[in-house]
Design a protein around this ligand. Structure first.
Ligand SMILES: Cc1ncc(COP(=O)(O)O)c(C=O)c1O
Length: 418
C-alpha cells in the first residue's frame, strides 16, 4: 500500500494547482479607456452600460442591472419586488451570508428550507411545507454551480403566487434542461467577486425579463433617482446606492466576453474529474442530472464512510498533504446557526424584524432544522477548481484522491498487529 504523504510518504503533487484568474490585456484595455476618459462614475460613462447590455445578451434576457456585489444584486431583486416588512422569504441554509443580508435589510424574515442530497438544491417538498400566508418569495441557491429541481420550484412558486429568485453567484452559465441558470425565475442574481467564474474583484448583476420589475430594480440600485425628465432627482422611495463604477464595469465588460470560454474550460476540467472519480470505490462525485450542466465554482464530493472507514476531515487532511488543497464543509454550519441569525443580532438591540409586533410570530433557528444541510456540511469535501486546470492537473487530483481512498479502504483490511 502506498504510504500517504500525511504519514511521511511522497506527495502526489508537489507544484501548486493553478490559482490565477483569466485577467489580462483585454481588461487592461478597457480600464485604460476609462482612465483616459476621466469618467469613473457610471452616470455619463459607457462601460457599465455596455457590460449590462452584453450580460443581458449572453443570457438572452431583456434587462441586466449592474451593482456593487452579489449581496447587492440580490438586494436589488428584493428592492424591486418591494415586500411588506415582516414578509417571509424562503431560502437554503448553505450559502454565503450575502444571500440572507438583503432579506434582513428589507426587514423580512429568512425561512430556511432543507436541501436535496443529490444536487444540494432546495427540497421542493420542504419549501412547500414552509410556505405561509406571509411568504413572498423563494431564493434558490445554485450551490457550487449546479441547479436543483427548478421545474418543481417554479411550479410551486406559480401556484402560490410568489416570486422565484435565483442566486447564481456560484453558477454563472450553469444549465438546467436547456435553460441558463438565472433565466428560470423572476430574477437571476450574480456575484462578480474575485473567486467567481467571472469577476471584477467585487461586483454584481441582476437579470430579469420583467419590464416593470427592471425599472424598479434600476431605481433601487441608484437611490430611486429617476435620471432625466421632469422628475429628475426625484428620490421616489427608500433605496440604495449600489452603482457599479466604470472601473469595475471595464473589467466586468472584458470578463463577460470571456464567460462562455471560462465556463467551458471549468466544465471540461470538472466533468473530467467526475468521470475519473466514478471509478474509485467509496468516492462519490457530484451528481449532475441529465439536462443540467455544472459550472464548477468549487468541486464538491463526498465519501462513503461504510467503504472507506475514515472521517471526511481526516480524508481532507490526507488529501491536502498530497498537495491537493481540500476542506470539509464549505461554510462550517448552516446559516441559521451563525450568531447573526441564531441570536438575531440585527438593528441596535431590537432584534427587528424578528421581534417586530407587525410580525407577531416567533422564529427560533435550531440545530436539526434542516437535517440534510447539516449532514452535508459535515460530509462534503471541496477542492478548488478553475479555468486553468489542465488534464495533467485533473489527473494529479484523481491520483491523489485514489491514493488516499485506497489507503483507507485497504487499511481496514490489514490485520490489527500490522
Ligand atoms: C451563493 C452566494 N450568494 C451570495 C454571495 C454574495 O456575493 P458577494 O460576496 O459578491 O456579495 C456569494 C458570494 O460569496 C455566494 O457564493
Amino acid at each position: 500500500m502506498e504510504e500517504l504523504a500525511i504519514n511521511g510518504g511522497p506527495k502526489t503533487r508537489t507544484r501548486p494547482l493553478p490559482s490565477r484568474r483569466d485577467i489580462g490585456a483585454e481588461e487592461l484595455k478597457e480600464i485604460i479607456d476609462v482612465i483616459w476618459s476621466g469618467q469613473l462614475n457610471r452616470v455619463g460613462g459607457t462601460k457599465v452600460i455596455a457590460f449590462e447590455r452584453e450580460f443581458a445578451n449572453l443570457y438572452g434576457v431583456k434587462h441586466a442591472i449592474a451593482s456593487t456585489s452579489g449581496t447587492a444584486a440580490i438586494h436589488v431583486a428584493f428592492g424591486a419586488i418591494n415586500p411588506e416588512p415582516c414578509s417571509e422569504i424562503i431560502t437554503g441554509p448553505i450559502s454565503d451570508i450575502g444571500s440572507v443580508i438583503p432579506i434582513l435589510y428589507q426587514n423580512c424574515i429568512p425561512i430556511f428550507a432543507d436541501i436535496e442530497l443529490g444536487t444540494y438544491g432546495l427540497d421542493p417538498d420542504d419549501v412547500e411545507r414552509k410556505i405561509t400566508d406571509r411568504t413572498v418569495a423563494v431564493l434558490a441557491i445554485h450551490l457550487f454551480g449546479l441547479c436543483g429541481d427548478m421545474d418543481r420550484l417554479s411550479k410551486i412558486c406559480k401556484e402560490h403566487g410568489i416570486y422565484l429568485i435565483e442566486d447564481c453567484s456560484q453558477a454563472h452559465l450553469a444549465e438546467y434542461k436547456g435553460r441558463l441558470a438565472g433565466t428560470i425565475g423572476d430574477f437571476g442574481c450574480f456575484s462578480l467577486q474575485q473567486s467567481k467564474q467571472i469577476t471584477c474583484g467585487d461586483g454584481g448583476v441582476t437579470i430579469t425579463n420583467n419590464d416593470e420589475l427592471a425599472d424598479r430594480a434600476r431605481l433601487f440600485a441608484d437611490k430611486a433617482w429617476p435620471r432625466g425628465g421632469a422628475d429628475d432627482r426625484g428620490y421616489l422611495f427608500l433605496a440604495m446606492n449600489y452603482r457599479m463604477t466604470e472601473l469595475q464595469g471595464a473589467v466586468a465588460l472584458a470578463q463577460v466576453r470571456k464567460a462562455k470560454d471560462i465556463v467551458a474550460r471549468r466544465r471540461r476540467a470538472g466533468d473530467m474529474l467526475t468521470k475519473l472519480l466514478k471509478e474509485i470505490e467509496g468516492v462519490k462525485p457530484p451528481e449532475v442530472p441529465p439536462g443540467s450542466a455544472h459550472s464548477y465554482w468549487l468541486y464538491p464530493f463526498t465519501i462513503d464512510r461504510e467503504v472507506l472507514k475514515v472521517r471526511p476531515e481526516e480524508f481532507a487532511r490526507a488529501l491536502s498533504a498530497e498537495g491537493i488543497p481540500a476542506s470539509v464543509g464549505y461554510i462550517k454550519k448552516p446559516l441559521y446557526l451563525f450568531k447573526v441569525l441564531k441570536e438575531q443580532v440585527t438593528y441596535g438591540s431590537s432584534h427587528c424584524p424578528f421581534d417586530c409586533p407587525r410580525y407577531g410570530r416567533k422564529i427560533e433557528y435550531r440545530e436539526g432544522d434542516c437535517p440534510n444541510a447539516e449532514r452535508i456540511l459535515k460530509e462534503i469535501i471541496t477542492i478548488p477548481i478553475n479555468e486553468f486546470y489542465t488534464e495533467e492537473d485533473i489527473n494529479d487530483i484523481f491520483r491523489a484522491i485514489s491514493k488516499v481512498a485506497n489507503y483507507y479502504r485497504n487499511r481496514n483490511l490489514q490485520p490489527c498487529s500490522s
